[in-house]
Design a protein around this ligand. Sequence first.
Ligand code: LMR
Length: 399
Amino acid sequence: FFASVEMAPGDPILGLTEAFVADPRPGKINLGVGIYCDEQGKIPLMKAVRDVEQTLAKAENPRGYLPINGLKAYNELTQQLLFGADSPLLAEGRVATAQTIGGSAALRVAADLLKQTAGAGAGAKIAISNPSWGNHHVVFRTAGFELLEYRYYDKGTHGLDFAGMLEDLGKLEPGTVVLLHACCHNPTGVDLDAAQWQQAIELMKERKLLPFVDAAYQGFDKGLDADATAIRLLAASGIEAFVVANSYSKSFSLYGERVGAISMVGRDRDEAARVLSRIKTTIRSIYSSPAAHGAYLVAGVLGNPELRASWEEELGGMRTRIHEMRAGLVDGLAEAGLPQFDFINRQAGMFSYSGLSKAQVERLREDFAIYALTSGRICVAALNRANLDAVVAAIAAVS
Ligand code: LMR
C-alpha cells in the first residue's frame, strides 16, 4: 500500500525545531519558531493561567465532550476581545464564532467552508501577502484554493510596499479572499497603520473582496485594542462580510493547548446563524469537536476581572521585553559596526525579517548553533540578556 509513498520535505518552521532539539551543541539558540521565551529562556506559564488551572484541578470536573463549536463562554469572550465588548456587530448577532484547535484549524475550517460556498464568479481564490507565514499557503492550497499574491514587503526600505499592495488588491476579481495579518505581520514585522488599513478596507469593500484576518499576536505590539485596529475598522466600515481567525498560543503562552477560534461576520443575524451551522458541519467532519482544557483556561482568565487584569499586566511585560530585545539587538549590532540593522526597531511583534541571506542563516546554524528561518526571519522574542551578545557576535561574523 505504501511502497510508492515518497518522503515529504520537513516543515520549514517546526522541522527546524526538530533539528534544533537534535543538535548536541551546548549554548545552541533557537530563533526559528515563533515562541516567546522569558529572560531565563523559558516558555512562561502565565500566573492567571496557573490560577485557573489549580482551580480546575481542585474541581475534578468530568471530561465530557464540548459542543462542536466549543465552549460558549470562550466564544463570547473571544468575540469581545476581537471586536470590542461594545461592538454593534455583536449586539446585532452578526458574528458566528467557534472555538478551534489553534489558529491553524480556524484557518482550515474557514478554508474548507469558503471553498464550498465560494461564488461561481471567482471560484475559490485567495490572495496572500508576499511574503507570509508559510503554512497559509499550505492550508489554503490543501483546501483547494488557487493561490494569488499581493505585494507587501519592500526589500529596499525594509518597510511596506503600500502602493504595490493597493495596486494588486485593486486587480483581484470580486469574491476573492484576501488574507491579512491583524498585527505583527509574520514573517516581516511590518504592519499597516490605521490610515492605511482604512484605505485598504475601502478598496476591498468597493471591489467586493472578502477580507480574512489572521490575528495570532493580539497584545504583542501596542496593546489588546490597538492591535485589533484592522478588525475594528472592518467592523465599522459597513462591509458585508469578513472573517477573523485568532490564536491564543502566543498571548496566553498556551502553544500546546491549541486554543484558537474562527469568527465569520455575516450580513445579519440570520446569515450568521446559517454560517455557524456550516462551521459546525465542517468541524464535525474534521475533528468532531475541540479540546476542552485550553478553552477553560482562557475563558477562566478572560471572564474574571482580577485574573484578566493580571494577564493583561503580564502580557504587557512580555510586550515590553520584546521591544527591549529588539532595541538591544539593534544597539549591539551598531556597536559591532553594523548600524544598517536599525530598521529592526521599526518592526512589530515577535519576528524580525533581518535581511540575512540563506547562506548567512546556514552559517549561523553550522558555525554558531543559532537557528533562524532560511528567509532570514528571526524570533526576537527568544532573545534575552544572556544570549543577546552571542547572537550579535554571530550575526556580525556572518555579515
Ligand atoms: C511560527 O510562525 O513560527 C509560529 O506561528 C509557529 C508555527 O506553527 O509555525
